[in-house]
Write a protein that binds this ligand. Structure first.
Ligand code: DOR
Ligand code: ZN
Length: 466
């Protein structure tokens, strides 16, 4: 027998099991898993002795800025997926608020063609919900293969380009104001028919605008004041409403980037009642809190904001308990220059795709989560939730040979200049971590080894399985 790639002696982590065995790969699939040596020669042999072999890690929330008119001076898909591979990820889900935005089947087809030649890892694409502007296109967009639908609750959009408007004020030219509840409700009902998830950005912008103006009048420019303008209740109210709408319409609801502790209890209650409500948090909400601001500075500005220690603790327990299904990066890069100003005027978001897995692996080394929980929240659960399991998210024979090899012992320091993304804006510069992804394998092919990118783009577009 000729194997394309054999991974020897690693500790295989799949579901609740872990055991030492060899993985045999042929034609991009896992062909056999065996404790014994199987006969035959191999194109590539990886010795994984003493290391953990995980199903390829997945990041469901990435803004690579790419597209025909994309803000590629900030980032592009070539760099974001290189950064993903360097950080141990084998699949990423690209957000649809690109330029052009992904709001119908035709735009999706164009974006697939545009991104594929640059993809170092496999990728899926979200579809954008614009209320009555594209409600009638959602079914076709679903059939064309979007992984799920995204709705930016409370955002106004540009009437020509459908780009999000971050500094909206009523009466603004060329702006479509934030959707009202009636339109959102109807849209949820339409999405429900597709059977796909609707992921929401849950922040109450009316509340935020009012409170931020109040804080600005006071002249207080501190991080505490910033949080007063964007308080927990701004997330809480939208999550409540979204859950009510989802219960009535049957939409499968996913709360993106949860930062506020109040979200945990509300989401948990809906889950206990049996509704299909899921949620994620991001690595920055788990690794940072307001106390870090003095040291890290405005680069940690992100929406929703990094909140207090009690929020951070609650998110960790929500993750342990399973209320939160997964952790994403919300990779949202801006340039060094754009992020250099003061907290109140700079854009929100950071380059976080490459540090997602290392931070979570460090959490395993620190004993916060187990290696099985790591594989669950970064691979198995996202794959199941979005309908790509077991092809992705498992190490089962016959499925895609997407594999992340993890060394739990290696100590390293995050250095921003070493990141592979175009933007090096990270709040984690100088973080000392224990444990790292040491090899990224996409459908049998090694893309990253010991931190080096060793392959060009081989990534493919993926759709939810039927
Ligand atoms: O901080 C953020 N930045 N939050 C978002 O939801 C959008 C993102 C961006 O695209 O810059
Ligand atoms: Zn985002």
């Amino acid at each position: 027998m000729h194997w394309d790639h054999v991974i020897k002696n690693g500790i295989i982590v799949d579901g609740k099991e872990s055991y030492q065995a060899n993985i045999y790969i042929k034609n991009e699939k896992i062909s056999a898993i065996s404790r014994d040596e199987l006969e035959g020669e191999a194109g590539e042999v990886t010795d994984a002795a003493g290391k953990y072999v995980l199903p390829g890690l997945i990041d469901v929330h990435v803004h690579s800025r790419d597209g025909e008119n994309g803000a590629t001076y900030k980032e592009d898909f070539y760099h974001s997926t290189m950064s993903a591979a360097a950080g141990g990820l084998t699949t990423v889900f690209e957000m649809p608020n690109s330029n052009p935005a992904i709001y119908n089947a035709e735009m999706l087809e164009k974006q697939i063609k545009h991104l594929t030649p640059k993809a170092h890892v496999d990728f899926a694409i979200w579809g954008l919900c614009l209320g009555k502007l594209n409600m009638h296109e959602l079914q076709a967009l679903s059939e064309a293969g979007v992984i799920a639908f995204k709705f930016f609750w409370g955002y106004a959009i540009d009437s020509k380009t459908y780009q999000l408007i971050y500094n909206y004020s009523p009466g603004m030219e060329n702006a479509i104001p934030p959707l009202g509840d009636g339109e959102i409700y109807q849209m949820f009902a339409e999405i429900a028919k597709t059977g796909k998830l609707v992921g929401i950005h849950a922040e109450n912008f009316d509340l935020i605008q009012t409170l931020t103006r109040e804080v600005e009048k006071s002249g207080d420019k501190s991080y505490a004041a910033f949080l007063k303008g964007r308080p927990n209740v701004a997330e809480e109210t939208i999550i409540q409403t979204a859950i009510s709408f989802a219960k009535q319409t049957g939409a499968r609801l996913h709360i993106l980037h949860l930062a506020a502790k109040e979200g945990i209890d509300i989401i948990k209650r809906a889950q206990e009642e049996g509704y299909p409500v899921s949620a994620e948090t991001c690595s920055h909400y788990l690794a940072l809190c307001d106390e870090d601001f003095d040291r890290v500075g405005p680069v940690m500005k992100v929406y929703p904001p990094v909140r207090r220690r009690e929020d951070q603790e609650m998110l960790w327990s929500g993750l342990k308990e399973g209320v939160l299904s997964l952790v994403s990066s919300d990779h949202a890069p801006h340039t060094e220059e754009e992020k250099a100003g003061d907290l109140w005027s700079i854009p929100a978001g950071m380059a976080s795709i490459e540090t997602l897995a290392p931070l979570m692996i460090d959490a395993v080394s620190q004993g916060r989560i187990t290696i099985h929980e790591l594989a669950a929240v970064l691979s198995e659960k996202p794959a199941k939730l979005f309908g790509i399991y077991p092809e992705k998210g498992s190490l089962k024979v016959g499925t895609d040979a997407d594999i992340t090899i993890v060394d739990l012992q290696v100590k390293h320091t995050v250095k921003k200049e070493n990141l592979h993304s175009k933007s090096k804006v990270t709040p984690f510069d100088g973080f000392q971590l224990t444990g790292a992804p040491v090899q990224t394998i996409v459908r049998g092919k090694t893309i990253m080894k010991d931190g080096e990118i060793v392959s060009g783009p081989v990534g493919k577009f993926i759709k939810p399985l039927e």
